[in-house]
Design a protein. Structure first.
Length: 634
């Protein structure tokens, strides 16, 4: 596991950008404290890497790594779990290896097969490969987006990095304005989804995609993997349960391979206890498990986690986060994120990562189970209940609602209509509102100049189409959208503490099996209950099992009324503008006062704005004054 960065210069006048790559390495020291390297040809390309040694701890795994003939140079962040199989295939084609790790396998696979090799990799990765003979730089990212990769493309060249603060620190970024589309997405969603990024001209490479840039500035793009929206769901019932159980068993066993100690996060839900159960099945003893409690019922999962730990005979380490501890972490949270990020479950994620790093270098997590197996049962069931209604044209629903108002009751089989039937013309629009952490009316009141939702961003573009089609769209939407936020959080929190986190439930085999499972074998609507295959698998090992959905939450509402109040007053309420947007201070004050009184809970919206203010103060005010532009990703 590593951090990577580099640059490709389009002309000799841009060579200052190559030397600047050296200064990007210290920014990712926490991602790779064990080793570091720098390579440049002196006129076209420079690459650097920081390494966290997990496999092949010898100097043979040093990066940047060159091919034996000197044509290819690679920097690579991640783990490829089937590299031994790929190595054997390459050896049969005459390739000779000098190391025992996966970096050289990735290098030679790309040299031998080109971008077609990417679909063979089962792992998590961000890759940069420079072809000296052809003068081309290839960037690629894993199928699920577990490892991040950002880049900035200007008329001087391209710069890339594992962390967004590396893009901000590079001199080619100085003249770039703020992307209005990225800012608009952050204000609604609380994070910036790929391919967007905060600077104009910068992007996050999308999961399952590659980008190739030549010295002439020519660009080629491709997608080698995309999770299906309308799958051929041929696995149902017991057949589905057995296939999922076998895939998860194989994935955990595969991802236990390491030359350093391995542990697991343990929550009170289903996914991470299942990973721990499969570790026990694979013969791991002892299982080192780590849990953070928040001490605020009903958010706290630590008692359920402890019950799982007893049944699985884990060596269980449990600590609880206090409000004072959280307040003292603010600077570290901002430093770890690198770009605006408003998921406040990053607080316990950072603490549990620090806790685990005292004993292990690699952790397994249960992330991905909710998104693959319809885990957000309450959210899904409410949407599926509306699916048939939204099949009707918007004008029909509006007319029905008007008739219902005139008659003073329900209209036939349509039931009681709600005002949202008028506000949201499609089911996708309604679902987008469910994911928005700052209501549109408050955005408009507090930030009158805030950019609008980008019309070309189509994650929530869905007109409806019956229960089955809606169910699969919901699962695809969570995988393509919400999962991105979860994985960004885990990567940033764990790598800040030099901890590698592997995600067995996002193993390529598990993902491929999940795409074939019928939704009704995963989700019960009455009562709402999701992840049925994972629950069945877990029940084979343990008796304890929870049904409620709590997430990795913290009592942010109370923190904002307590230890975070002074930070809110100083960093947000006292300012006149935010990222170049004038603030309607009375409206912001009203929101905060309503929250303080306890009459309203605006924790998500207030933290979203505070996070943006803290990020601007930390990263932007030192280097630039933001100028908002309207250029969309291409």
């Amino acid at each position: 596991m590593c951090g990577i960065a580099g640059a490709l210069a389009f002309d000799h006048q841009s060579q200052d950008g190559l030397e600047a790559v050296r200064s990007l390495a210290p920014l990712m020291f926490r991602r790779g404290p064990d080793d570091g390297g720098f390579w440049t040809d002196g006129h076209c390309c420079a690459m650097t890497c920081r390494r966290l040694s997990v496999l092949d701890l010898s100097p043979a795994g040093h990066q940047p790594m060159e091919s034996a003939d000197g044509r290819y140079i690679i920097v690579y962040n991640g783990e490829t779990y089937n590299f031994q199989e790929i190595r054997q295939q390459l050896e049969q084609e005459g390739v000779v290896f000098d190391s025992t790790g996966d970096t050289e396998v990735i290098l030679m696979a790309l040299a031998q097969w080109g971008t077609a090799a990417l679909d063979r990799f089962n792992g998590m990765f961000a890759i940069a490969l420079f072809d000296r003979r052809e003068g081309r730089l290839l960037l690629a990212r894993d199928h699920a987006g577990i490892k991040p990769l950002y880049y900035l493309l200007t008329n001087r060249g391209l710069v890339f990095g594992s962390q967004y603060d590396q893009i901000l620190a590079h001199p080619w970024s100085r003249s770039q304005g703020t992307s209005s589309d990225a800012l608009a997405l952050y204000l609604r969603l609380g994070y910036i989804p790929a391919p967007y990024a905060m600077l104009d001209g910068s992007q996050m490479l999308e999961p399952g995609c590659w980008l190739e840039v030549s010295l002439s500035g020519a660009i080629r793009r491709g997608r080698y993997y995309g999770f299906p929206q309308n799958p051929d769901a041929d696995l149902k019932g017991e057949e589905a349960f057995e296939a999922v159980d076998a895939a998860v068993t194989d994935a955990v066993r595969r991802q236990l391979v390491s030359d350093v100690p391995v542990g697991t996060f343990l929550s009170g839900g289903i996914d991470s206890p299942l990973v721990a159960a499969k570790m026990r099945q694979a013969g791991v003893d002892p299982i080192r498990a780590f849990t953070i409690g928040v001490g605020a019922d009903p958010l706290d999962e630590s008692m359920d986690a402890a019950a799982y730990a007893r049944e699985l005979q884990c060596v269980h380490t449990l600590e609880r986060i206090t409000p004072q501890q959280a307040a003292g972490m603010l600077d570290y949270v901002v430093a770890a994120t690198g770009e605006p990020f408003a998921d406040y479950s990053i607080f316990p994620t950072m603490i549990v990562s620090e806790l685990a790093r005292r004993e292990v270098t690699v952790m397994l997590s249960g992330d991905g189970g909710d998104e693959l197996f319809w885990g957000y049962a309450g959210r899904f069931s409410s949407v599926l209940a509306l699916a048939e209604e939204f099949r009707q044209p918007h004008w029909v629903r509006s007319a029905r609602y008007g008739a219902q108002k005139l008659l003073g009751g329900s209209v036939g089989a349509w039931g009681v209509w709600k005002p949202w039937n008028l506000r949201w013309p499609s089911l996708g629009d309604w679902y987008r509102a469910r994911h928005s952490h700052l209501p549109e009316e408050w955005i408009q009141r507090i930030l009158p100049d805030a950019p609008e939702w980008p019309k070309i961003y189509d994650l929530y573009r869905f007109e409806g189409g019956g229960t089955d089609r809606t169910a699969y769209w919901l699962r695809w939407n969570e995988y393509a959208g919400h999962l991105t936020r979860v994985l960004l959080k885990v990567d940033r929190a764990s790598m800040y503490h030099s901890l590698e986190v592997r995600v067995p439930l996002l193993d390529r085999q598990v993902v491929d099996i999940a795409a074939r499972v019928d939704w009704q074998s995963c989700l019960s609507l009455d009562p709402p209950l999701g992840k049925i295959p994972l629950r069945r698998s877990l029940s084979r090992t343990v008796q304890h099992q929870t049904t409620g959905k709590r997430g990795f939450a913290v009592p942010m509402a109370e923190w904002l009324r307590g230890p975070f109040r002074s930070v809110m007053e100083g960093a947000l309420l006292a300012r006149r503008d935010l990222m170049g947007m004038p603030i309607n201070r009375p409206a912001l004050r009203q929101m905060f006062d309503q929250h303080l009184s306890g009459h309203m809970d605006f924790a998500w919206g207030l933290w979203l704005l505070l996070s943006l203010a803290l990020w601007e103060d930390h990263y932007y005010c030192k280097e630039r004054r933001p100028t908002i532009t309207a250029t969309a990703p291409t």
